[in-house]
Design a protein around this ligand. Sequence first.
Ligand code: IVH
Length: 676
Amino acid sequence: MQDIEQQIKQLSDEINHHNYLYYMQDNPAISDYDFDMLLNRLIELEKAHPEYIQPDSPTQRVGGTITKQFKTVTHRYPMLSLGNTYSEEDLIEFDRRIRTLVHEPVEYVCELKYDGVAISLTYEHGLLVQGATRGDGRQGDDVTANIKTIRSVPLRLHGDYPDWLEVRGEIILPHKQFNQLNEEREEMGEQPFANPRNAASGSLKLQDSTEVAERGLDCRLYYALGDNLPGNNHYDRISKLAEWGFRKQDVMEKVDSIEGVIDFMHRWDTLRKQLPYDTDGIVIKVNSYAQQQQIGATAKSPRWAIAYKFKAEKVATQLLSIDYQVGRTGIVTPVANLVPVQLAGTTVKRATLNNSSFMDSLDIHEDDYLFVEKGGEIIPKIVGVDLEQRKPGAVKVTFIDRCPECGTPLIQNDGEAGIFCPNDLSCPPQIKGKLEYFITRKAMNIDSLGEGKVKILYDNGLIHNIDDFYKLTYDQLLGLSNIITDEGERTVSFREKTVENILTGIEQSKQVPFERVLNALGIRYVGETTAKKIARHFKNIDALANATKEELMEVDDVGDRIADSIIAYFNRMENLQTIMNLRQAGLKFSINEEEANLSSRLEGKTIVVSGVFSIPRDEIKHKIEQHGGKPGSSVSKKTDFVLAGDNMGPEKRKKAESLGVPIITEEEFYQMIGEA
Ligand code: IVH
């Protein structure tokens, strides 16, 4: 046993070290594959021996904790905000004020102002013990479980770190992750986030940390507090953080005059456009702690620091036309074509109008001049209409009522911002989108095919429906090449090796588990997570196809909208035919039998699960099902047990007690199913 504990410790350390090299030093020492192997081995060991899980275990990065309500925590030192300035004159005025208070040379530290959500991280004896939001500055929310999923936040420090340390910074969502998240949301028919800051803030407040882990949040730190910390100035102290295992600063410069600050500001107003995340200004801090003390602070903000906000540039330009783009799930997005205009260093000629509600709210008329703004963000956005330039008698622009791709009348569901084309079976962009989605990692994971190859297959008339992938033959594929488009695409042609790879990839996809096959079908609103929950609940496609709306809604996360969409899907002959064809091709349409039925110890028992457990609640519910039981959602006379974790809801407990329903612990549950 000692041996296993040792192994878990060593593996945790090793993986943490690789995480450090990758996320803090940008200098990985092993391949992603080798890293995953190490991590999987640790996950296995920890699963078998949860008693040896280390407090800084790298497995916490993948999440798993459900937080029903965030605890309120009081900041040891209030989290102040910063005064803002918008011009060079303001900066010079700031410098003048400082110099009336300090009669010796002043050094400034210039940093970027990250556009995210403020965070406070507390380390005790080198271990991350708390991550808290700013809240009202005095009290914030305890979001520790979510913070632990962020790889650039060290879980354990190294070197000569102090016993107690608080580090403050900003949680950000880089552009790439932001765009990906919004694409997914749009595909699911959800409203996209307006900007990365909102997305970061929303992500940090998610209850399920597994979901947070998938968002790809990042962190930049700019302030350190504690007793007797080394260094007598800000620059040295922040530099010291890197020695304790924090990521080193992207940008931090010392200057000895306000001219130096202004030079930094001008440089970064341009350079920031190349950064992979949003910044909305720069922050200037007096470097020396002694001088900071001397200058002091108001109740709201320190007087020794100030933020300079970059100006969001705004121009008005004329609307030429509106394109309507149709996505994989049929959602139609309006995009404005504009008279090209220079804005914050780039030429803007197109900008999204998001959806019909946004378009309505702008009340756009033909030939209108639209205000386009670009601040610290990457994407120019339309912020309004210049009414003074509206032509008399101009006609209001209305959203199209037929699909621009297939002519089908468009539909808007109640309460949704998006309008969509319901012709999912023959609308070309929807077909292409579904085929492209089918091969992705989250779905059938056929990585020998990519978007480009799928396009070739589609253009050559070989695939039209997802089941066509399994009908492809060697002879059909060999020598296949792309159809040259007007853009003069490069010609490629499939050679022996390529064809073999494609066919092997397709063959291997037959081993993909049911939950991902279900995701790959492309049922509207059924994405990766929902598919997983549905697959585990119904265990096979027949049970799912025959489920009533009420039965569907017993699954976590499945509400009216998703249930209706699933029913509509299975009511279509064409879809049933596709499933039959895929089944014949050998795809998995039920969950693994051994995994599905481990025992019948809980046969006929309804168990309500409440609170936080050592493993994610979904896993607990999955175990109940694996042993023949049924997870229930609310306590009633029909409930056989209530399985209580930490912080179980008091209402549930009261109800169970009044009805005489036995309450069991996680331990007792494992004993029941023979996994103690
Ligand atoms: S220093 C007492 N430095 O901007 C000093 N703040 O508008 C506290 N921010 O609440 C803040 N980048 O959330 C500091 N390099 C940076 C920053 C930064 C972004 C945020 C922070 C603060 C807000 C003030």
